[in-house]
Write a protein that binds this ligand. Structure first.
Ligand SMILES: Nc1ncnc2c1ncn2[C@@H]1O[C@H](COP(=O)(O)OP(=O)(O)OP(=O)(O)O)[C@@H](O)[C@H]1O
Length: 254
């Protein structure tokens, strides 16, 4: 009996499809994706523009309902949940980090970080909160508003907010897309550290081979399907993989 496999994955998607529109106009953003993201691992999701990366992340995070297929967070299957339960699960068990930070401008740093807990009606664990704030290096900025922070600092607030509920998984959609190279490296090192130090599970969409090289594994999508799944490729191997897909796409179109 596979007792181990029942719990091994933080996230699992099975035969996932997502179609936008219908008839001749239909777009098959996900055309049958099967994937597991093991606990305590860092995965980069890559692929050409329009290949379905954001759609996969949104479906896996319960932000969007797939057309067919199943999503499991741990042992919980999302399609079985009511909207209310799904919202609760998102607040308590899933962290999300966006390219545009998505902080609330009227709230200060501390309030932004605690927001998911407050919305879930839970009190923060003071020791864990203090640890998270210290880990992202924001101890001096707790009373500042997002507009008073640099982009890198704002993304650190978003990382702390994603971690505050000790989620099963943190999904990131281009988390360094709006940051300069040095600040991006800082944020990526922090994501790597939360995996290594806390056994957090991170799934990150990125276009950037350097960002992807921080991950344990790179999954590549094309036309709504996984076409590569490679453990720890280096920057040049990732760039070569993407270039070969671009050449293939150009050959098909040309
Ligand atoms: N709300 C929507 N309505 C219609 N089509 C959509 C919608 N959202 C996404 N799509 C289409 O689904 C496909 C996959 O989109 P998705 O955003 O997942 O791609 P992506 O790989 O994240 O792209 P990018 O790298 O450009 O962000 C694209 O063809 C896109 O145009």
């Amino acid at each position: 009996m596979s007792v181990m496999t029942a719990n091994a994955a933080a996230v699992r998607v099975e035969a996932l499809t997502r179609t936008y529109g219908s008839g001749p106009q239909a777009v098959h953003a996900l055309a049958g994706v099967d994937a597991e993201f093991a606990r305590g691992t860092f995965t980069a999701v890559m692929g050409p523009s329009g290949s379905g990366k954001s759609t996969l992340l949104q479906a896996a995070a319960g932000l969007d309902r797939p057309t067919s297929g199943r999503v499991f967070i741990g042992d919980t299957e999302l399609s079985r949940l009511s909207e209310t339960r799904l919202t609760e699960l998102r607040r308590g068990r899933i962290g999300f980090i966006f390219q545009a930070f998505n902080l609330i401008g009227a709230l200060n740093v501390a309030e932004n970080i605690e927001l998911p807990l407050r919305m879930a009606g839970a009190a923060p664990d003071p020791a864990w909160l203090a640890h998270v704030v210290a880990r992202v290096g924001l101890g001096e900025r707790l009373r500042h508003r997002p507009a008073e922070l640099s982009g890198g600092q704002q993304q650190r607030v978003a990382i702390a907010r994603a971690l505050v509920s000790r989620p099963d998984v943190v999904f990131c959609d281009e988390p360094t897309g709006a940051l300069d190279t040095t600040t991006a490296a800082d944020v990526l090192a922090l994501l790597r550290a939360i995996v290594d130090e806390h056994g957090q599970t991170v799934v990150m969409v990125t276009h950037d081979p350097v960002a992807a090289s921080y991950a344990d594994r790179v999954v590549v999508l094309a036309d709504g399907r996984i076409v590569r799944d490679v453990p720890q490729p280096g920057v040049s191997a990732i760039a070569a993989m993407l270039a070969s897909l671009d050449r293939r796409a150009a050959a098909v179109e040309g």
